[in-house]
Design a protein around this ligand. Structure first.
Ligand code: FES
Length: 194
């Protein structure tokens, strides 16, 4: 008659799964099939998400030069004049052709072809900056920030920085092009929004 420990050993031997080469091959094949199935299922979904978000990706590259006005329309008296920025606008998935998307103050000095461009958006909290009569400074009606005609802060000022200067160019036909950009408000440094 066999002892109890021997019986336990026999049970352990017989209860262990057989992990021979055949079993392992079967497991690997199942794992590969599962991975292929997952890739086949998720690929169209990922492509759909990529396509769906495409307008947002294109919108992040939106800061370009926009034609604003002819050089001759800006009096050369050093006083900034307000001009709208008109462009096709893409609001995520909807396009709006030729809409005002902002405004810019343009000025130039006597006899100079150089144009200075300042965004009309207040760097404090984004209100629209006016030019106050008799055209001696800029003033923001929201919290009374004031700026000189060159855009420098007049202290005391709630605005943390001067008005935002924008790049501009004159093309061969005498049109003024402005690189329209929005910047984060309420901070001392000029950081473009993506
Ligand atoms: S938004 Fe212009 S002063 Fe506050």
């Amino acid at each position: 008659m066999r002892s109890t420990p021997d019986k336990a050993t026999d049970f352990e031997k017989t209860s262990k799964p057989a992990l021979g080469p055949e079993h392992r091959r079967s497991f690997v094949i199942k794992a590969i099939a599962l991975a292929c199935g997952a890739i086949a299922t998720l690929s169209p979904f990922a492509a759909g998400v990529w396509t769906y978000l495409d307008p947002l990706r294109r919108q992040s590259k939106a800061s370009t030069f926009i034609r604003v006005v002819s050089l001759g329309s800006i009096p050369d008296d050093g006083i900034p004049r307000l001009f709208p920025i008109v462009s096709d606008r893409l609001d995520a998935w909807t396009g709006f052709p030729s809409e005002p998307i902002g405004a810019v103050y343009l000025s130039r000095e006597k006899g100079s072809p150089q144009v200075k461009a300042l965004s009309a958006i207040c760097p404090h909290a984004g209100c629209f900056v006016d030019i106050s009569a008799p055209s001696d400074c800029f003033r923001c009606p929201c919290h009374n920030s004031s700026f000189t005609l060159s855009g420098a802060m007049i202290q005391p000022s709630p605005s943390p920085r001067e008005m935002d200067a924008l790049d501009c160019q004159i093309d061969e036909s005498g049109q003024v092009l402005v690189k329209w950009e929005n910047f984060y408000t309420g901070i001392a440094t000029k950081v473009p929004r993506a």
